[in-house]
Design a protein around this ligand. Structure first.
Ligand code: SAM
Length: 276
């Protein structure tokens, strides 16, 4: 099975890092943000890609699991609010969120590009409640494949995805959501200027260039979404100072806009087209 993971290139390859972050979290002896036995089980058959070592640092591991935990909390709340909730993860990678928090929903869909969905199929089986879609999030035919539910009951997650799209592609996706699923919840994360440095250059070299950078959540205004909640990833990391090494002594940096906006997790409602 190992061959599947090592063949990944470009943006799909990046999901090995976010997957490993959850595996390492699962194995923390004390103070883990969550346990994830399913991803730990799958990981036994996946070869780590050592070219990713320079990007996989304790601080990035913390950020990825803090981010995963923030998405978990909203998914859990959404499913508790709607008995017939439908959840779609765009760019799901090897997300095991369905197993962590999703089993109470009506239907959970993990969507990713064919090479990643094929890898998922090595470990995971589709059921009526848990389905996979193998296509680009920008090929909007996936919207026809969702089961019926009032669109307010739909939660669309894009974790670690939109920064790899151009702003025009993000806007096209939002426009389609507005046409098809007004009042759905759309949750995603964005990166700011502080993420443009070494890491961005390295991702570019890897064939996974980030394209969409925001100044702050104000850049979302006018895109057709109503913001319900914004969480700064850097500020959220400071809830775990013992995991920040030397950075723990300078918590005030998380208040500076440059760092505060380095990574934002944003929960929104999709505005109906009629609202302008
Ligand atoms: C950084 S990974 C994040 C994976 C997962 N969401 C997580 O947090 O573990 C980015 C994911 O986006 C997927 N991806 C890239 N372009 C995509 C597209 N156009 N449509 C759907 N998925 C895409 C990649 O294959 C990869 O799995």
């Amino acid at each position: 099975m190992t061959e599947f993971s090592t063949k990944l290139t470009g943006v799909p390859r990046t999901m090995l890092m976010t997957t490993r972050a959850r595996v390492d979290e699962h194995q923390r002896e004390v103070g883990a943000l969550f346990r994830d036995p399913k991803v730990f089980e799958w990981w036994q058959a996946i070869a780590w890609d050592s070219d990713l070592d320079c990007f996989y640092q304790p601080l990035s591991q913390l950020s990825w699991v803090v981010r995963a935990n923030a998405f978990d909390q909203v998914a859990r709340r959404h499913i508790a609010s709607y008995a017939d909730a439908v959840v779609v993860e765009l760019g799901a990678g090897l997300s095991t969120r369905y197993y962590r928090v999703g089993r109470g929903c009506k239907c959970w869909i993990d969507l990713d590009l064919p090479e990643v969905t094929n890898l998922r199929r090595q470990f995971d089986s589709e059921t009526q409640q848990h389905r996979f879609i193998s296509r680009s999030a920008l090929n909007f035919g996936w919207m026809d494949e969702l089961p019926d539910c009032p669109s307010e009951h739909l939660l669309i997650i894009a974790e670690g995805l939109l920064m790899y799209f151009s702003v025009e592609q993000v806007q096209q996706l939002i426009n389609q959501l507005r046409q098809r699923f007004p009042n759905a919840t759309f949750m995603f994360d964005v990166v700011g200027g502080a993420s443009k440095g070494k890491a961005a250059k390295w991702l570019e070299k890897l064939g996974a260039p980030m394209q969409w950078f925001v100044k702050n959540e104000g850049d979302i205004d006018g895109m057709g979404l109503a913001i319900a909640q914004v969480v700064s990833l850097v500020q959220e990391n400071y809830r775990y100072p013992h995991r920040l090494n030397a950075l723990r002594w300078i918590p005030w940096i998380a208040k500076l806009p440059y760092f505060r906006n380095a990574g934002l997790i944003i929960e929104t409602k999709v505005l109906p087209l009629s609202s302008g």
